[in-house]
Design a protein around this ligand. Structure first.
Ligand code: BDP
Length: 723
């Protein structure tokens, strides 16, 4: 057997520099990896009985195993502290090959099912000893196991007899950073980019490691560093060196880097006259570029591409189609094992078809034409990350082309980093939605995890809400969305409630009353945001440009960027008719869906105005008229936020002052913003409905002109402010 290095736990030794600096502060920097000392004597004693030295064979010098050991030591030092002289059994860490033969044969079945990223954390009896083993088929699995083990301890769960194992359902679990090389970030408010491009590759900021730790702790294994509105400069050697430096840091945490590829790069940085994907010179340029990238970053993940969408160049500029474009890049990456994530977020205002229908029309006809290492990356809904969207009709409609799901963690349309909106329940609405494309149970989750059509590749992406703010996400509660994305990317069947609970316990504390109350805040947040901004299926009625706040009157410029295009309010009613009498976008769904959503009496109220133009007098299930119901929904959202302010105030003594004060201020602002949304939207829609504001709804404080003339200047994340 190879030499085993026995590592003694050293009392309160903080091993990683970046954390030592912040250990006292409650500024949110440590996210859910706080490893606070366990003060409950019983829990501590029960852990001390079981947790002894860490045993690990580090002779193979695996960076991922080293990260795993460091994390475990740091976690135990923080949570339990002095272990010197402990007689407790040991914690054994390593890949399965290194387990003693006897134990291995006992665990064979469990290990076989773990794949190359799964973990097993188990208490075993290895005569004469008991020990905790943290293992997997790879060191990455071991690393994930360590994070799971520490999560368990952070939540004060019993460890005697523990037996935890899991492997991810989706193989590529990626954050998408919409970060520019100028260090601005599109649509994220939490400061500037965390990538300090100018100082790279010379200075590796400590927070790069902590970012990687946070990602790995929830199973994220890839990161697209650059904005989908891409800049070809990142593909030049000067920048590839910088990218390589980040990749080197992330590798120890099992994270691969990806870049966005600007389609016109061969012209902009390659000196070619065209970027036509069928031109052999262009193909050769990309092949060469891929070789060059892999010479810097041997495990480079691949490209994410936004093409022929919102002004970005693409194959259609040369009369070619999306498959021509994607395949050209796929060919260049294929020899190196890279993938192309080709975004399905394409629409063109020159095309008269309802924007809702365009991606489906475009991509279903190309199914079967993409090379095997191409995935279509599809937003959860057909419009654009609205507060609530029905699932995208494209899901399940390209059985021969793997589909990836793109979620937006950053709250572009939900109050940025100012409003509390826990998004796991909304994401689960999409993941659990039944497309019926291959019989009942053809959920979006099963489409994208590859199980429905046996896709070779599977992927899920979350548009990151991280910036260089001290606490990463601005709103302390917004980190719950980063956390939830990772957890759902690993296993889309986990309940939103459990995720909220885990995050709360680790981020704040285990006080049962506190945990219940914060969980309640989180779980009630998304429905409230929908209520006070875009209830009953209303969508795309936000302010133009920065997208923070209401703008239902917006009717200037290209129609598919206005609000009036989407709400279609008139004297008869409100809502976008997407049934047969309207754009018939509904026909792109399976007939089971059409049957339900095509009927205003059967469709969930949440989607009513998404698919139907409904008369102001229509009787809603509550018995109210549509107009009254709309008003009451807006008010309900406002009331809910008011309630949270009081609820949070009651928790004052249970949380540090720093975070309490910040959240108090944010909730106050959210309350005012919610009132603004309600007042602005109701004043405006009332000009069509011509009905009074019903009882139980507070009348708008000002007249419509005030709301229409109100301008919010210099909103963070607004692309118009970024250059
Ligand atoms: C929209 C954003 C825009 C993005 C675009 C995209 O407003 O900033 O570039 O999506 O996803 O939500 O490409």
């Amino acid at each position: 057997m190879r030499s085993v290095i026995l590592i003694r736990l050293v009392a309160l030794t903080v091993l990683l520099y970046p954390l030592s600096e912040y250990i006292q502060a409650e500024d949110g920097y440590r996210l859910w990896l706080r490893y606070e000392p366990i003060t409950d004597a019983n829990i501590r004693a029960s852990y001390l009985k079981v947790l002894g030295d860490i045993e690990c064979d580090l002779s193979e010098r695996s960076p991922q195993l080293t990260s795993a050991v460091e994390e475990l030591r740091m976690g135990l030092d923080g949570l339990i502290g002095d272990r010197a002289g402990s007689e407790a059994p040991s914690i054994w860490l390593g890949i399965q090959q290194n387990i003693t033969n006897k134990t291995r044969s006992n665990l064979e079945n469990e290990l076989r099912d773990l794949g190359n990223e799964g973990y097993l954390v188990k208490e075993i009896q290895e005569d004469p000893e008991r020990k905790i083993i943290i293992t997997g088929n790879t060191n990455k699995g071991v690393l994930y196991g360590v994070f799971v083990f520490l999560r368990h301890l952070q939540m004060h769960r019993p460890i005697e007899g523990m037996n935890l194992s899991s492997s991810p359902k989706i193989s590529n679990r990626l954050l998408n950073h919409w970060d520019n090389l100028t260090q601005t970030v599109e649509r994220t408010m939490a400061g500037s980019s965390i990538w300090n491009w100018f100082d790279l590759p010379y200075y590796i900021e400590p927070h790069y490691t902590d970012y990687a730790r946070a990602c790995a702790s929830i199973g994220i294994n890839g990161t697209v560093l650059t904005n989908v509105n891409a800049n070809a400069t990142v593909l030049q050697p000067q920048f590839l060196e910088k990218v390589a430096a980040l990749a080197d840091t992330f590798r120890s945490y099992g994270i691969r880097v990806y870049l966005t590829a600007r389609f016109s790069a061969p012209i902009e940085i390659g000196g070619l006259r065209t970027a036509d994907p069928l031109d052999p010179q262009v193909q050769a340029w990309w092949n060469e570029k891929a070789n060059e990238i892999y010479s810097y970053i041997p495990d480079f993940g691949g490209f994410l591409v936004k093409a022929n969408s919102e002004g970005q160049p693409g194959p259609q500029n040369y009369g070619r189609n999306h498959a021509d474009g994607a395949n050209m890049l796929a060919r260049a990456l294929e020899p190196h094992g890279g993938i192309v994530m080709w975004r399905a977020f394409v629409y063109d205002f020159e095309v008269k078809e309802d924007r809702h229908k365009q991606a489906y029309t475009e991509f279903t006809q190309l199914d079967g034409q993409f090379l095997p290492n191409v995935l279509l990356q599809i937003k959860n809904g057909a419009i654009d990350f609205m507060p609530r969207e029905p699932f995208h009709p494209l899901f399940g409609a390209t059985p021969h082309t793997p589909q990836a799901l793109e979620l937006q963690i950053t709250q572009e349309y939900m109050g940025g980093d100012v409003h509390l909106a826990y998004l796991a329940p909304m994401w689960k609405e999409t993941l659990n939605a039944d497309t019926f494309v291959s019989g009942t149970g053809s959920t979006v989750g099963r489409v994208i995890d590859g199980s429905l059509f046996a896709y070779k590749h599977s992927a899920i992406a979350g548009v990151s809400n991280v910036g260089n703010e001290r606490n990463w996400t601005g709103h302390p509660m917004a980190a719950a969305n980063w956390y939830a994305f990772g957890r759902l990317a690993w296993d889309h069947e986990i309940r939103s409630e459990s995720i909220a609970e885990e995050w709360t316990r680790m981020t704040f504390n285990n006080d049962p009353e506190f945990v219940e109350s914060v969980k309640d805040l989180l779980l009630s947040s998304h429905p409230a945001v929908v209520d006070y901004s875009m209830p009953l299926g209303l969508h795309h009625i936000m302010a133009a440009g920065h997208h923070y706040g209401p703008g239902p009157w917006h009717d200037q410029g290209r129609p598919d960027w206005t609000s009036t295009y989407y709400h279609q309010a008139d004297e008869v009613g409100i809502g976008f008719d997407r049934t047969q009498s309207g754009s018939n976008a509904l026909e792109q769904y399976s007939h089971e869906v059409v049957k339900k959503w095509g009927d205003p009496q059967q469709i969930e109220e949440e989607y009513l105005l998404w698919f139907h133009h409904i008369s102001w007098e229509f009787t809603m299930p509550s018995g109210n008229s549509l107009w009254d119901e709309l008003c009451l929904r807006y008010q309900r959202g406002v009331n809910e936020v008011a309630k949270w302010e009081k609820q949070w105030e009651r928790l004052r003594t249970k949380v540090d002052h720093q975070r309490h004060a910040r959240i108090t201020a944010l909730l106050k602002r959210q309350h005012q913003d919610a009132i603004f949304w309600k007042d602005a939207c109701l004043s405006y829609f009332q000009t069509f409905s011509k009905r009074p504001i019903p009882n139980g709804v507070e009348k708008p404080a000002r007249n419509l002109e005030y709301y229409m003339n109100f301008k919010l200047h210099h909103v963070p994340g607004d692309p118009a402010e970024q250059w």
